[in-house]
Design a protein around this ligand. Sequence first.
Ligand code: 1YM
Length: 646
Amino acid sequence: MSEVQNALIQAYDENQIQVLEGLEAVRKRPGMYIGSTGPKGLHHLVYEIVDNAIDEALAGFCTQIDVDILKGDVIRVSDNGRGIPTGIHPTEGVSAATVVYTVLHAGGKFGGGGYKVAGGLHGVGASVVNALSEYLELTVYDGTNIHFQRFEKGQYDEELKITGKTDKTGTMVTFKADAEIFADSTSYDYDILLNRLREQAFLNAGIKIVFSDLRDENAVVTETLYYEGGIRQFVEHIHSTRGLEPLSGEVIYISGTQGDSTVEIALQYNDSFNDLLLSFANNIHTTDGGTHETGFKNSLTKVINEYGKKFNLLKDGDKLLGEDVREGLTAIVSVKLTDCEFEGQTKGRLGNPEVRPFVENTVNEKLMCYLEENPAVARAVFDKSVAAQRAREAAKKARETARRKSAMESASLPGKLADCSERDIKYTEIYIVEGDSAGGSAKQGRDRRYQAILALWGKMLNVEKARIDKVYGNEKLMPVVTALGTSIGEDFDIGKLRYGKVIIMADADVDGSHIRTLLLTFFYRYMRPLISNGNIYIAHPPLFKLSRGKQIRYAYSDGERDRYIAELSGENSAKVDVQRYKGLGEMDPEQLWETTMDPETRTIIKVEMEDAVKADEIITILMGDKVAPRRDFIERNAKYVKNLDI
Ligand code: 1YM
């Protein structure tokens, strides 16, 4: 054998070893590549493959992407693009398509074109999906031939081969997530995929995504996601699904380019007090904002103030703040860059410094033009901002009064708080309990070293329909604020939190559910970091007590009740006593401790914000003042919930 041949064989073997080691690393530490092996990671697999098809559409070669969930939770994604190149790769010695599916690519997209992404879990590539799939089948149509290759856990026995003739072009990928990796579940949630695909269709105007759930042949669902208007329609969609009334005029749309970078912004005001600003960089949702968001916020404030000055609507020295001009605003900011840098712990923030002045300049120039050309819209926006400014000043007064009051009551912890003795929040928890009788049982039943109890009384304010000044005066919410120690809104400081776990304990009935929703809305609007930080929990009291003689079981669902009845009654079908708890108040302190408060035996549910946009939508719908969207929501979701009592 010649030296050259030898060297070639060696290089080939080394490549193969690298490939195997690479994919093995992915299977050993999947979390490093896809974040988690829970539902989030599972759904991420689909996004990875779809992203490649979207890139092909953005490159101008593909008009339609089909995404199907097949029987057995098998995913099939196909596009009508050029098809992944099938030629032999110059250094790897196998088809380029095989390389895409077997070689780990650090960050940026391989093969040129498209947008690069640095940091984050995005763009980890098709090979990661392949490594984590029980099997994956790749079909490429190149206009002449059909090419096919099958992989199992990322490995293949046969190379890409021609299996037939075709006159179409495109790529089709079919895969089944590996249950060895996704041990909890390999079952997809239709709504999670639908939301993400719809978001992608809004962000990339003109791409048609057809999404079908074919798992149950008797209940096939198909949605065609196609938006000529792009992010303008995203804003309209947000307003209509939440039942928010647009302020006036159409959605304002601004766009600009600089070199290879583009920015697009769509915005509209509505009749609520909350703002929703969603920002994206290369189609990735930047949950913690970044330079594009900062640029937009800065220039929005600047332009509205300048407008006020120019038309003598603002007195000298009077100034609207960012929060004033954003009250009731829904805005989408989407930038596309050749190189995105994501920062922060969860890589949710765009870092590129050059993006801020780019977005600022674009908005300064184009938004001012828009306002001058549309005086009616401009006036409505300006008046809304001034109303927000007045409310902010009223809130400031209320806050100062509240501060003075709490300074006067020096001890300042609320009277209904039974505090714990431990101070380290690693160990402490507070139970927020509705009703005096449940509060009494909780106080007696608790472990007073670590568990504090706050019993609530008085009228609960629906914060969704009120501004912050009303919160400061509310007799039910203020004790919660003082007990937690963090303050609210702009003053919020998580460093002052007095309990590591904040547990809402309410009855499993209509009223309890109402209290839970109101408190969660309050935390969501005024102490949101507590939710993202994982401090908020919901206690899960049992619904039934089952006893036969000295044997006792607590059941948390109807199914559990029936199982325990069968278990306790045994072969001789003895009578089992079934007690349905109508409220926490019916439990004595020992029972309450055992079933709901003892860290060893209780179940508490952590409130998580998987998807902030969805959470905001649900809260706006459920707690807002429009009836129709709430009815729609309940009808749509009734099939999932048994005892829905909101
Ligand atoms: C169902 C998933 O992956 N489509 C797809 C992928 C590629 C191309 C076209 C493509 C890209 C390029 C040139 C290029 C990819 N190709 C590569 C690589 N759908 C799906 N459609 N020709 C075709 O980027 O230059 C990676 S992805 F690297 F092989 F070119």
